[in-house]
Design a protein around this ligand. Structure first.
Ligand SMILES: [Zn+2]
Length: 85
């Protein structure tokens, strides 16, 4: 088993992940198991950000909250998110 390293080692893969065009990323819904591109999800904008719902079962896939100095991303409704390289 490899020796563990600290979270700084995530800088490369996470910067690649979050700089990608996420509209073409695919996600698996925890509610129904549907696998679809995020572009096919239903998005409800509101003054604090966005609620993204599954296009098949309408469960919440993710919530994005925009604050003056940060953006909070909550992904509780998906089992995974795959971003094409
Ligand atoms: Zn679903």
């Amino acid at each position: 088993m490899p020796e563990p390293v600290d979270g700084n080692s995530l800088a490369g893969p996470l910067s690649e992940l979050f700089s990608a065009d996420l509209r073409t990323a695919t996600a698996r819904c925890l509610g129904c198991g549907d696998v679809s591109e995020l572009a096919r999800a239903t998005v409800y904008p509101d003054p604090t950000g966005y609620v993204v719902r599954c296009g098949q079962c309408d469960d919440v896939l993710m919530v994005i909250v925009e604050e003056p100095n940060s953006i909070c991303l909550e992904l509780r409704g998906m089992s995974w998110l795959k971003v094409p390289r």
